[in-house]
Design a protein around this ligand. Structure first.
Ligand SMILES: [Zn+2]
Length: 252
């Protein structure tokens, strides 16, 4: 059975949607990931995790949405970004198109932290419309489930953890000769409790938050397997819950 929506013909899509109310959408970004990783890192990884989970659960998976909320990376060349508002509204229309065919449960596999606020807002809005959206992010899952493989300074943007997953999935796109370890700069006005509207270039010279040189394909494969397993678990749980139990409770 096909699991990628864009590979189905419409009668196949009809068959899937008449029996299933769930779908997976990977989303990411196209942004700098240090001098050694491809710009597509976040959407490549989201796509790979989502498609593998789809294969293992029989849940349909859509095309990856590659552009996200990455304005803060723009000083590094090739970063293509959209506003949170545009991102949310585009994705909302994708979700509502699915809903037209009866989908009421959507798992968004997000590869880029900068998308999270917009995704959370979207999920809340759609819940009001009778569609339940959950958001999966692989790196917090990996941080919890594989806490011993990487140190905190290896888990940052474009660091060893993310680079390792790239090395596992598409090694030909990574140039480890260019990998660097960067000390993240603190802003002179930074004190506890303060959030500042800064860009990546304010914190790093080359776009790597921390240590990247310790990456390996083997570690990346471990991360991939563990996070896919966790996502599969979630998708199977979600599949078996009635939509009525997922929607907002009536007022007391
Ligand atoms: Zn990333």
């Amino acid at each position: 059975m096909k699991i990628l929506l864009h590979e189905m013909r419409w009668p196949e899509a009809k068959e899937y949607f008449s029996k299933n109310d769930i779908a997976i959408i990977p989303v990411g970004s196209n942004e700098q990931h240090g001098p050694h990783n491809p710009l597509g890192t976040d959407h490549f990884i989201a796509k790979a995790i989502a498609e593998e989970a789809a294969k293992r659960t029989g849940v349909v998976c859509l095309q990856v949405i590659p552009f996200g909320v990455s304005h803060h990376h723009r000083q590094f060349w090739g970063t293509i970004h959209v506003s949170p508002k545009t991102f949310k509204s585009y994705l909302k229309q994708v979700c509502l198109s699915l809903n037209y065919y009866g989908v009421r449960k959507i798992v968004i596999v997000n590869g880029h932290g900068g998308n999270l606020n917009a995704l959370t807002e979207l999920a809340r809005e759609l819940r009001e419309k009778g569609v339940f959206v959950s958001i999966f992010q692989w790196w917090p899952a990996a941080g919890k489930l594989l806490s011993d493989i990487f140190k905190p300074e290896e888990r940052g943007h474009a660091g060893a953890e993310e680079t390792s997953v790239n090395l596992a999935l598409h090694p030909h796109l990574v140039n480890m000769d260019q990998a660097v370890d960067e000390e993240v700069r603190s802003h002179p006005t930074q004190t506890e409790g303060i959030t500042l509207p800064l860009d990546t270039v304010d914190y790093t010279s080359l776009g790597v938050f921390g240590k990247a040189t310790t990456a390996s394909a083997e570690k990346g494969r471990k991360v991939f397997e563990v996070v896919v397993n966790e996502l599969v678990k979630h998708v199977n749980l979600l599949k078996n819950v009635k939509i009525e139990e997922l929607l907002a409770k009536p007022k007391a």
